[in-house]
Design a protein around this ligand. Sequence first.
Ligand code: GUN
Ligand code: ZN
Length: 428
Amino acid sequence: MTDRLILGQTLAFAGDPFLEGPGVARHETQSGVLIQDGRITALGDGASLRARHPQVEVTDHGAGLILPGFVDAHAHYPQTAIIASWGKRLIDWLNTYTFPEEARFSDPAYAAGIADCYLDLLLSNGTTTVASYGTIHPESVDAFFAAAQARGLRALAGKTCMDRDTAPAYLRDTAQSAHDDSKALLTRWHGVDRLSYIITPRFSPTSTPEQLDALGRLWADHPDCLMQTHLSEQTDEIAWVRSLYPQARDYLDTYEAHGLLGPNGLYGHAIHLTPREIDRLAETGAAVVHCPTSNSFIGSGLFDMGLRARLRVGLATDTGGGSSFSMLRTMAAAYEIAQLRGTALHPAELLWLATGGSAAALRLGDRIGRLALGYEADLVVLDLASTPAIAQAQARADDIWQAVFPTIMMGDDRAISQVYVAGHPVKP
Ligand code: GUN
Ligand code: ZN
């Protein structure tokens, strides 16, 4: 593997800025990141690193800001083609747009084409790790992992399980086949290269209690795997859950009763939680995922970032309920939603959510999401003046936070100057 020194500005978080304040981030200009065997092996003054390692290939990004690659903690790659579909709320949106599109993934060639397109879109937006849902078809997960493996990505995914007659007949598995297909995929892919399998019941409305039980058993057999699902996204959905599971105390209880609540659980949206649900999530050490563009696009509600005090919180696009592939746009949406709730998230907090925070939600906080020694060298380099509008806004910045905030709020794939996956540059 090529050893490489990349030069630019760096922003490295020694801890969590929500807990320790923005001062926990160290900003350096004329800095360097040394990469050997796909990992970060030195960080520091660029000129000194260059002098100490004369043999390595050097790429100078000038004033470009080197950050950890973005980590998208919840997405549906099979919904790539239906992103930005007009005019529906969650349940109608699923029935009108999502389910017919997901049916197409029984065709491995179609799945492979979308997986390639999706992962290239993510990389062009600076995202180097994603936790994605597949469809009910095992082929959809094989296609995703094959595409991620070919790109050398650290990536996570699982077969979406749905066996209840609330889902269309053309898109249903069974309790047994969901268990067996998930187990076969887990055996084939979990821990292979940089890939991880996630046990994935879509959400309790589309599973029978028998299927939730079967997946709960699978998780108990493989507790090191993550389990991802949806929780309390829209009020109509919560009422629906109540009618389908009349004996449950609340939405979270429909998972807990079937062995689907635990420290490796990842619950998407989590907007309309009761105090009991928040207590249980905190007691069990589960993580929730904020999907801000989706929550406004499908009209779901305003996530409470105050949950950060008690829970690990990841940040995610939730494409195609989310309206963007970009974690920059997603940070901007998180900022706007927090503003509507009366809080201004600091740029350090936004960048942390999109990197180390999401990595921690995925239980990968010791490997990705930080510029730190020994971490995997998945990196993004931002051009902080990528458009005339952004350039003029950041021209009078007094510090790095003022300099980066216009890119967070207005940046898109034009702001992504380079992306490194395990130390390899992705752009020519
Ligand atoms: N709830 C169940 N399935 C989905 C999905 O595909 N997208 C979103 N946003 N919410 C869901
Ligand atoms: Zn989702």
